[in-house]
Design a protein around this ligand. Structure first.
Ligand SMILES: Cc1cc2nc3c(=O)[nH]c(=O)nc-3n(C[C@H](O)[C@H](O)[C@H](O)COP(=O)(O)OP(=O)(O)OC[C@H]3O[C@@H](n4cnc5c(N)ncnc54)[C@H](O)[C@@H]3O)c2cc1C
Length: 370
């Protein structure tokens, strides 16, 4: 009998385990090693957190988030990292990375893990019984840290939501997020531009990102699109390739292509799609200008996403208002932390930050009990 069983040896489960070092805790993990997503994250350097953290921005807004970050925010995480002798560097603006993900994996390393144990089900009698491919395990408390459904090859599953469902705990189905978007027939031309990258303004609802977008053989991706995918459900996305077309077409005796600050391949394809010939600016008609202004605001409805296997995270999960400030559910002793909870952040370290924040909140709830 354990005081606590943590389901999943990923970012949130490993951190909680570390905080509870010395306690009667077991971790169950179906992979053959811990933290597979941590290992590959941030190009092998793990973008652990961000200099700027706000529960209103960078996460789909939910006022309930405030109380969790109040307990453990980016500064708390950076302090913990430093206290444990590791260093992070701001390799991209505001984004903190390790020299190698292995550093944080080593720090979070644990001996109390049973690998190759796929969790099937959790039931509650007097205590909890966790049914797995390696038999049944009993505990007074269970923390579900099973992550999301994306990247099955790294361990992703939706078992966490099945467990929630079994206990009648409310959740939103997982959907792929931080993922590329596939296109409808009207945007087939994006595919012909596969490999071309441009800096653009991407807008969904009232959110906006100015960053790179990348055309691909499946549609469109790149950081601005990945962030937009977090907020896009259905309907339109708007891309501004240029802020003001006229501003660039100053010389009446020069061709359009030579004046617009966009990759040649992109402009050629765009002109052919909208039906404007590359000509000297003085020969452009009013109608031509109208078409060119689509570069300032190109609206299209994506067909869907590239799917869970390409999605950095899964949005959806156990609803935050089903959990206490310690991430405990209405079932006493049953907690949910990390990506299995309906909190998903933008690119830039916000998802690890949530994994660590929620683990800390569960630790606060559990430390006096076990
Ligand atoms: C390629 C990639 C790169 C990323 N880069 C970044 C980044 O740089 N910065 C950032 O903030 N976020 C990044 N993320 C997202 C980040 O990895 C996750 O948000 C984070 O790992 C979530 O932590 P977690 O503990 O909730 O889940 P996970 O870390 O996914 O851990 C869940 C664990 O549960 C195990 N598990 C699942 N189902 C079962 C089962 N049925 N039985 C037993 N075990 C099971 C899994 O194998 C896994 O070990 C990246 C994700 C991917 C896929």
């Amino acid at each position: 009998m354990y005081d606590l069983i943590i389901l999943g040896a990923g970012a949130s489960g490993l951190f909680l385990n570390k905080l509870l070092s010395g306690k009667n805790v077991l971790i169950l993990e179906h992979n053959e090693k811990a933290g597979k997503k941590i290992e590959v994250s941030g190009g092998g350097k793990c973008n652990i957190t961000n200099k700027i953290l706000s529960y209103k921005n960078y996460y789909p807004s939910n006022p309930l988030l405030k109380s969790y970050f109040k307990k453990f925010d980016n500064k708390s995480l950076l302090k913990w990292i430093e206290k444990n002798g590791l260093k992070v560097r701001e390799l991209k603006p505001h984004q903190y990375f390790f020299s190698s993900s292995k550093e944080i994996l080593r720090l979070l390393g644990a001996k109390n893990i049973i690998f190759g144990a796929e969790v099937f089900e959790v039931v509650k009698r007097e205590d909890f019984i966790v049914k797995t491919s390696k038999g049944e395990f009993r505990a007074k408390n269970v923390v579900v840290a099973l992550g999301g459904k994306s990247f099955k090859k790294l361990g992703g599953s939706d078992r966490g939501l099945e467990i929630a469902k079994g206990f009648g705990i409310g959740y939103r189905e997982f959907k792929p997020a931080l993922v590329g978007l596939s296109v409808q027939r009207s945007e087939e031309w994006f595919k012909r531009l596969s490999g071309v990258s441009v800096r653009a303004r991407v807008r969904v609802d009232r959110r906006e990102w100015v960053d790179n977008i990348l055309f691909s053989h499946r549609g469109i991706t790149g950081p601005a699109i990945l962030n937009a995918s977090l907020f896009w459900e259905r309907g339109f996305i708007e891309i501004g390739f240029l802020d003001n077309v006229k501003k660039y077409l100053k010389n009446p005796n020069k061709q359009i292509i030579s004046q617009l600050p966009l990759p040649r391949r992109f402009i050629k394809e765009f002109l052919s799609v909208v039906g404007v010939e590359d000509k000297k600016v003085k020969f452009l008609s009013k109608e031509d200008f109208k078409k060119l202004r689509l570069l300032e605001s190109y609206k299209f409805a994506p067909a869907g996403t590239f799917g869970f296997e390409r999605a950095e995270v899964s949005k959806g999960g156990v609803l935050l208002d089903e959990l206490s400030e310690f991430c405990e559910s209405s079932v006493r002793g049953l907690y949910f932390i990390g990506e299995v909870v309906d909190v998903t952040g933008e690119l830039g370290g916000y998802n690890f930050q949530w994994a660590f924040t929620s683990a800390f909140c569960a630790y606060e709830g559990l430390r006096s009990l076990i």
